[in-house]
Design a protein around this ligand. Structure first.
Ligand SMILES: NC(=O)c1ccc[n+]([C@@H]2O[C@H](COP(=O)([O-])OP(=O)(O)OC[C@H]3O[C@@H](n4cnc5c(N)ncnc54)[C@H](O)[C@@H]3O)[C@@H](O)[C@H]2O)c1
Ligand SMILES: [Zn+2]
Length: 340
């Protein structure tokens, strides 16, 4: 079992879950386990193991995907925690994809002004991205607009379980893993560029998490370098909201667009490698049937826009991200690269 540490978070990566699953904590007697439909069996297994250790558990089923990230769902979970008697010394465990850890982390960070959060990510995207870095959130008035920074005490990743995921979930997570390589790990890029979906998942998870923990450790509250994690996400998010694309698919298109803008403005020489690798991973590199004006309107609301206009993360070379302003013509050229 490999261990990385970020802030107060131990990230444990291995075949199977660690035993005991939870870090030592005096006074803990109750554990609420939040989950979504697909990984419910994993949550029940965890519940059984914790009960054998003498803890009292409550498994709380959430709706699937973004439907769990609402104030109504948070409120219904608070009701259950209240009936269950979850106290300051107790623990909330989130078992599932990024939507469970976003909602579960938010509930943990706000219940009684904050109780211990432990995350067991069961998707590749959750493992390499959503569970790491302490951002939690729900969708109120817009995606992730309400949330708290709340670091889990432990993130436990079972690589054997992740390996068994359906391929569309692996592709989605590979999109973010490739992004991690592009902004901070050229060796990870080389591996994924040559081995595609055959790239060893343990290696991918460790290295992608390595990039994220390094960046988050240097800028926990996103005042500087942490913005680099948004490579591919400016245009990606706009495409995601304007379509039914998954997050990983939208980020793939966003990375193709950002790579084109990077070639044009910074002389980035690996645009073809980015496009070719994403395509070989089975991720989209062009899109049809979307309304360009709608996408441009969404870009006008981007959080990284300032008085001087839209800012995007670009690459001067693999492993060298830069946050800079882009012109309307640059954005046009980026969108043209994905078929607009
Ligand atoms: N907080 C952060 O830093 C951060 C970073 C990236 C993404 N996110 C959030 O993460 C979410 C996306 O993550 P995701 O794709 O993991 O989300 P998700 O929770 O929506 O999961 C995607 C799908 O995987 C299924 N699934 C989960 N475990 C499974 C298993 N063991 N077997 C089969 N299917 C399984 C789920 O049921 C769901 O249908 C978004 O809400 C996004 O905003 C947060
Ligand atoms: Zn993302």
């Amino acid at each position: 079992m490999e261990q990385l540490t970020l802030h107060q978070t131990e990230v444990l990566i291995g075949e199977g879950l660690p035993d005991p699953l939870l870090p030592d904590r005096p006074g803990r007697s109750r554990v609420a386990i939040l989950t979504q439909p697909a990984p419910t069996d994993i949550a029940l297994g965890i519940s059984g193991r914790l009960e054998l250790q003498g803890l009292t558990t409550e498994v709380i089923g959430l709706p699937d995907r973004e439907e769990s990230k609402t104030l109504e769902v948070a409120s219904s979970v608070y009701d259950v925690l209240s009936r269950f008697g979850l106290a300051r010394t107790d623990t909330v465990v989130s078992v599932g994809g990024g939507s469970v850890s976003d909602l579960g982390g938010f509930v943990a960070g706000t219940w009684m002004r904050g109780v211990e959060s432990v995350v067991v990510p069961t998707t590749l995207l959750g493992a390499v991205d959503a569970s790491i870095g302490g951002k939690t959130g729900i969708n109120v008035a817009g995606k992730n607009l309400v949330g708290v920074f709340w670091h889990p005490s432990r993130v436990a990743i079972d690589t054997a379980q992740i390996r068994k995921l359906p391929s569309f979930l692996i592709r989605d997570g590979m999109s973010e893993s490739f992004k991690a390589g592009l902004i901070g790990d050229p060796e990870l890029v080389d591996r994924i560029a040559s081995e595609h979906l055959d790239t060893d998942l343990d290696f991918t998870i460790r290295r992608a998490i390595g990039v994220k923990t390094r960046i988050v450790a240097s800028d926990a509250l996103e005042v500087g370098e942490r913005a680099h994690l948004n490579f591919g996400h400016t245009i990606g998010h706009a495409l995601e909201y304007a379509s039914t694309l998954t997050h990983g698919q939208a980020v793939s298109l966003g990375m193709v667009a950002a790579s084109r803008i990077s070639s044009k403005t910074l002389g980035f020489s690996s645009e073809d490698l980015v496009r070719g690798t994403l395509s070989a991973l089975g991720l989209p590199v062009t899109v049809e049937g979307l309304n360009k004006d709608r996408v441009l309107n969404l870009l006008r609301r981007d959080k990284k826009r300032d008085a001087e206009g839209l800012r995007m993360v670009l690459l001067s070379e693999v492993g060298r991200p830069v946050l800079q302003h882009v012109s309307a013509e640059d954005v046009d050229e980026g969108l043209a690269a994905v078929g607009f």
